[in-house]
Design a protein around this ligand. Structure first.
Ligand SMILES: *Cc1c(COP(=O)(O)O)cnc(C)c1O
Length: 397
């Protein structure tokens, strides 16, 4: 056993800002993750699950009608077609397989939109692991079908009534449950967040998106995209598609955060780069939304999956290095993105992904003539109640 934890950082970001009780399980996880991700049989089993259970590779769709309308060449990486409806399953299959190899009997997870909870419950059912999912009561109310899905898959859903009753509070509870029983339990974190090694583990399992997309795009067009766009909650679908394009200096990378009701002073949003600054949350140093006293600021987004006050540390590094650019789209722009994609291309995308589409619509002048690849991180079935309510509010009914 190493005497110090690998302090892998992303530039000055990331790290391990964790209480003493968390250090031993983090050591173990760091060691085991490195061992198993270099194991050929582990990789072969994961590849088999991704192909024959989850449905990879996912399609790359040329959005022809919208391309014509916008005057750019728009392509969509279809993570919405993955089993359970979002990219989350890439990560949970990897982490649950890892948990099994580590001899764990139980997986705890947190969830915001419910997608990571559903993906965790799914992977646990498949691999015969017990699953407990923590979810803020606000999120549980706005995503009640996902609560039912998790329960049908055999998971226990623990509703969290602390704090803002959303994702941040669910992460606190899941970490507590992990520390209480680290011998039997693995904590499957749902995005590129938290103390090392989580941001690296999750990014490693999500890179498959970008590897496929880069290869497919080149095979179909003979070129690489000019711009790759993805929504950024914690940042896992974005890192997943960005990473394989990092060496391609000509490919511009754009992360779209939740602009909520607007990013002006006094308005609520979850645009960490537009309105935040570096600090520590959930074990990691990164950009976050905090007030002058260092207290975490309340966030708002129409999509539960983007409603989080911090962003993955790898994004913080890419931001400061200016290798990636971070923009935002408001709730209204996301709704417009959702509607346009539905009507022009026959795809009901997740409200998270709709932020990336909304940004493309807004920036159409800048994108004219360019090859634009958007990561469609998930499908919109889970959001239909929210969308119906927003449309009613707009109609003033
Ligand atoms: C969870 C989720 C997100 C946000 O998480 P990232 O880690 O930023 O990818 C985005 N889109 C969908 C569909 C999600 O379910």
């Amino acid at each position: 056993m190493p005497t110090t934890l690998d302090t892998t950082r992303f530039g000055t970001y990331g790290g391990t800002f964790a209480p003493e009780t968390l250090m031993a399980p983090l050591f173990e996880l760091d060691r085991e993750w490195k061992r198993w991700t270099n194991d050929a049989a582990f990789q072969a089993e994961l590849a088999d699950l991704l192909a024959n259970f989850a449905g990879r590779p996912t399609a790359l769709t040329h959005a022809k009608r919208l391309s014509k309308e916008l005057g750019c060449e728009l392509w969509l990486k279809r993570e919405d077609l993955l089993h359970t409806g979002a990219h989350k399953l890439n990560n949970t299959l990897g982490q649950c397989l890892l948990a099994q190899r580590m001899g764990k009997r139980r997986v705890v997870a947190e969830t915001g939109a419910g997608q990571h909870g559903v993906a965790s419950a799914t992977a646990c059912a498949l691999l015969g692991l017990e699953c407990v999912v923590y979810m803020g009561s606000v999120d549980a109310a706005r995503q009640r079908m996902n609560v039912l899905r998790m329960e049908l898959l055999g998971a226990t859903v623990r509703v969290v009534e602390h704090g803002q009753k959303t994702l941040k509070d669910a992460i606190n509870e899941a970490m507590r449950a992990w520390v209480a029983d680290p011998t039997e339990t693995h904590y499957a974190l749902g995005s590129v967040l938290g103390p090392h090694p989580f941001p690296s583990i999750v990014a490693g399992f999500q890179e498959v998106i970008g590897r496929e997309a880069r290869k497919e795009f080149h095979a179909r067009t003979g070129k690489l995209p000019d711009v790759v766009v993805a929504c950024v909650g914690g940042g896992s679908n974005a890192i997943g598609i960005f990473r394989p394009f990092l060496p391609d200096a000509a490919v511009e990378l754009v992360g779209v955060e939740a602009g909520g009701l607007g990013v002006g002073k006094g308005q609520q949003h979850a645009a960490r780069f537009a309105g935040g600054e570096p600090g520590v949350l959930h074990g990691c140093y990164t950009y976050l939304l905090q007030d002058d006293d260092g207290q975490i600021r309340p966030t708002h987004s129409i999509s539960a999956g983007l409603d989080y006050p911090a962003v993955g540390p790898e994004h913080a590094m890419l931001h400061d290095e200016q290798r990636a650019r971070y923009a935002w789209a408001t709730d209204d722009e996301a709704l417009r993105g959702f509607e346009v994609l539905a009507e022009r291309e026959g795809i009901l995308c997740a409200l998270e992904s709709a932020h990336a589409v909304g940004w493309v619509l807004r920036e159409r002048a800048e994108l004219a003539g360019k090859r634009v690849l958007v990561n469609l991180s998930g499908r919109g079935d889970k959001d239909l109640d929210t969308i119906a309510a927003a449309r009613r509010a707009k109609d003033g009914a």
